[in-house]
Ligand binder design. Structure first.
Ligand SMILES: [Zn+2]
Length: 81
């Protein structure tokens, strides 16, 4: 889980933008800067807009965890959601 101390630094999105709903694969282009969580093992990374997500060998999964799949959990550095 992502941790925070000052809740005034966070605002809840309505989640309507496509980047909140999309699951990204290794090597996909990062749509917006933020913290992404792997849906297989819950590992979190920070990634910058326009960069590629880490490659398939970024970390190892067992068979039950399936493929590495990234989902946005916190969007950073923006005036919108
Ligand atoms: Zn993982």
């Amino acid at each position: 889980m992502a941790w925070y101390f000052d809740g005034n630094s966070l605002v809840q999105s309505n989640g309507n933008n496509i980047w909140w709903k999309t699951i990204y694969d290794p090597g996909d282009e990062v749509p917006v800067s933020g913290i992404y969580k792997c849906q297989g093992c819950r590992k979190e990374i920070t990634s910058n807009s326009g960069d590629p997500f880490p490659p398939q060998n970024h970390h190892q999964h067992d068979r039950a965890q399936g493929a590495i799949r990234w989902k946005l959990i916190v969007r950073t550095n923006t005036n919108g959601d």
